[in-house]
Design a protein around this ligand. Structure first.
Ligand code: T1G
Length: 694
């Protein structure tokens, strides 16, 4: 049952009970209205309390119902709130833990609100590309004032209940038992003759509403660049301020219905669900027992090792940091401290927390000091021989049941696991540089990796605030394997007629944070060069443009050498198109007898993005990734794919797989077309009129 109804001391208590967070799904909405009517008909009832069971008052509308008939099936949330607000008997909302979105809007429809301290109060709809659609843009400004309300609605950021204690939102903050306090409050209210206060009857008070609304518009301009919702939030609040509650409510409804259909909102909702779906591994039951992780070992204190260690330190986990030489260890510790000091300077960390985190590090040169670690992550040189030394040693010193993880970005985790007698305890944890900043964590599942190891690292990923995505073992896992095809197309287009700056500009206009050539200059062109050289050995028939090798042969490795695909002024990082490189590109085409042609930006974007999509589809065909949304989460959190497009696979759905397949076949018929064999899944889904995410 989604709602429980009990009587307590003459007070009707309606308890929302729709786990996990009392989403206001249809059955919950129905239960509230029936509860209000039942209380109205019961002469022994003098007042009503609405509260939430479990971990929330309510997390808002049940987003699993979005874009389904249930979402708009009566009683809608509007109807529910009208029933609450219209009740002659006073209604008290008793709020704990979470009151968000529609949950807060429901509470705003009550006559009184009593909250426990520490409850997260928010209207986060803007983060889903919509706006509060059940009166939030009208009632919240009347309850907490225009400025606080606008900040909350446009940012979607939660505010703790006690911070709003002195506003009309809360009539009391209950330090003791919340329900006791709410029932007592309701009893007193029920003894008073009505009418009971309605938030909608309050005025929005502000000395210069017009001026503040204009200020709010200017301040959202940056975040609203690709998202329509923030401006609509302001429009709806303004409508209520200028035209009164009812007109404002009607306008809010119009905006909501318009926004929920936008591709941006679909992308944001896709990312919201994708983030949560990623932590579910189809063949690993969600109740799989996990191993306790109380102490972590990190091998290697370089850029990656130091960044990896910081993730665990930030979560309060002690880290034994192992290096081979004292000066490397000292350098690593100094870098970690410097990173934290930078955060203290920005006011993001206190000096005490910096010291506490540094105190959690046990630096060492001895493998034996890793003996009590529950998880050991190695971030040593990316060479199989070195990994073999490390894992053979770990096999000797690590305690039984310790999880042994490799941060490898390209090597075969099955081969690494085979260096130990405990392959079931070995897993890949592929962090992205800078490891203490990038949200993405690829969890590479070896053939023998045990289910409880996977369940443990997925739970740990949440604790260190990473978006973990499980990948099978293949060259490049999910992200790098796809980016390889993206870069191949970028290089082919150079020899066919494009120049580096044009390719970057085109894909950055599409929304990527950084185009392939600026990205390569940043990461170091020699890294790609080394991978291509390995690949020329391993897959000699794989056709590559050699133009990037030419660049590297001249020592132009990118920012680190002051010149790459672009020129850089000494000490500066902005990329300046290089006449020398352009001439080299043109000469290369001539040398290869290729007649250069003008390549339109649309073709650049289509070939780069569809290269990702087609490879992603092959990754699904091979079972390397279990769902398309996992691939989208990799690209949204690790590769700068524009959030408002939802990831390569959702973008392909938006384009339509029928059109995607046609485009792939078109490129397969052009020069360098051998890279374009359509993935089985693209052809299959296109013929069924389906998408990757349907
Ligand atoms: N509906 C349904 N399920 C939800 C949900 C919701 N609103 N919010 C979370 N879940 C699920 C989530 O998918 C996961 O499921 C589980 O709850 C735990 O979530 C008219 C239309 C509430 C702060 O945007 O911010 O109201 O994976 O891992 O870290 O204006 O979830 O366990 O199966 O995030 O403790 C507005 C979104 C909706 C709130 C809890 N509300 N949720 O955080 O757990 S639009 C939101 C959150 C709306 C009205 C409009 C967080 C949380 P599973 P979790 P958590």
């Amino acid at each position: 049952m989604a709602v429980d109804y009990t009587i307590r001391d003459g007070i009707a208590v309606i308890t929302l009970d729709n786990p996990p967070v009392n989403g206001l799904g249809h059955s919950t909405r129905l239960g509230i209205v029936e509860g209000i009517e039942r209380a109205r008909e019961d002469a022994a009832v003098s007042a009503i309390v609405i509260t939430g069971a479990g971990r929330a008052f309510s997390g808002g509308a049940d987003i699993t119902e979005f874009n389904t008939p249930k979402a708009t099936q009566e009683p809608t949330l509007h109807t529910v709130i009208q029933a609450v607000e219209g009740s002659a008997k006073p209604v008290v909302a008793a709020i704990h833990s979470v009151a968000m979105g529609g949950g807060l809007e429901l509470a705003l429809g009550a006559h009184y609100r009593v909250a426990a301290p520490g409850a997260q109060i928010a209207l986060p709809e803007v983060k889903l590309g919509i706006l509060p659609g059940a009166g939030g843009t009208q009632r919240l400004p009347r309850a907490v004032g225009l400025e606080t309300a606008l900040n909350m609605i446009v940012s979607g950021t939660p505010v703790l209940s006690e911070k709003l204690a002195n506003t009309a939102l809360f009539d009391a903050i209950a330090e003791g038992d919340l329900l006791d306090a709410a029932v007592k409050f309701a009893k007193d209210a029920g003894a008073r003759s009505g009418p009971h206060p309605k938030v909608r009857d309050r005025k929005v008070v502000h000395p210069n509403a017009e001026g503040f609304i204009q200020f709010a518009r200017n301040s959202v301009a940056a975040i609203a660049k690709n998202f329509p919702a923030p401006h609509k939030c302001i429009d709806a609040v303004e409508a209520g301020v200028k035209q009164g509650f009812d007109k404002g409510l009607a306008f809010e409804r119009e905006c909501f219905l318009a926004l929920v259909q936008t591709p941006e909102s679909r992308a944001l909702r896709h990312a919201f669900f994708g983030e949560r779906a990623a932590s579910k591994i189809p063949d690993v039951p969600s109740n799989t027992p996990v191993r306790a992780i109380e102490r972590v070992g990190v091998i290697g204190a370089g850029t990656m090792g130091g960044g990896i260690a910081m993730n665990f330190l930030n979560a309060g986990l002690p880290v034994t940091l192992l290096e081979t030489k004292q000066e490397a260890l000292d350098r690593g510790l100094a870098t970690i401290r410097k990173n934290y000091e930078a955060q203290v300077k920005k006011g993001k960390l206190t000096a005490e927390k910096l010291d506490a985190r540094m105190a959690l590090i046990q630096p060492t040169l001895a493998y034996d000091d890793l003996a009590d670690a529950d998880l050991i992550v190695e971030a040593v040189f990316e060479e199989l021989g070195v990994k073999e030394q490390v894992f053979s040693k770990l096999d000797e010193v690590a305690k039984s049941g310790a999880i042994l993880a490799s941060n490898t970005s390209t090597l075969d985790v099955n081969k690494i696991a085979a260096f130990t007698k405990r392959p079931q305890d070995v897993v890949g944890l592929h962090f992205f540089s800078p490891a203490n900043v990038m949200k993405l964590l690829e969890v590479v599942r070896g053939e023998k990796t045990a289910n409880d190891v996977l369940a443990t690292v997925m739970q740990l990923a949440k604790k260190i605030r990473k978006t973990a995505v499980v990948s099978g073992v293949c060259d490049g896992f999910i992200g790098n394997r796809m980016i390889e095809q993206y870069i191949r197309q970028a290089l082919f287009m150079l020899e066919e007629g494009a120049l580096p700056a044009q390719v970057d500009r085109a894909i950055e206009k599409f929304g990527f944070a950084m185009g392939p050539f600026r990205m390569s200059d940043l990461a170091g062109n020699d890294i790609g060069w080394a991978i291509r050289k390995r690949r020329y050995q391993e897959q000699p028939d794989l056709h590559y443009s050699r133009i990037a090798d030419r660049l590297c042969e001249t020592g132009r490795f990118g920012q680190k050498t002051g010149a790459g695909w672009y020129d850089y002024k000494a000490g500066e990082r902005n990329a300046l198109p290089s006449k020398l490189v352009d001439e080299m590109v043109i000469a290369y085409s001539k040398e290869r007898g290729i007649e250069r042609r003008k390549i339109a930006d649309d073709e650049i974007v289509e070939r780069l993005v569809l290269a990702l999509v087609n490879e992603g589809a092959k990754i699904l065909d091979e079972g390397i990734a279990s769902k398309a949304s996992d691939i989208d989460m990799v690209y949204l959190t690790g590769y700068g794919f524009p959030l408002y497009r939802g990831g390569p696979m959702l973008y392909a759905d938006t384009v339509g797989l029928y059109n995607v397949e046609r485009a792939i076949r078109k490129y397969a018929a052009q020069p360098n077309g051998d890279a374009w064999a359509p993935a089985k899944r693209v052809t299959e889904l296109a013929s069924q009129g389906k998408g990757f995410n349907s």
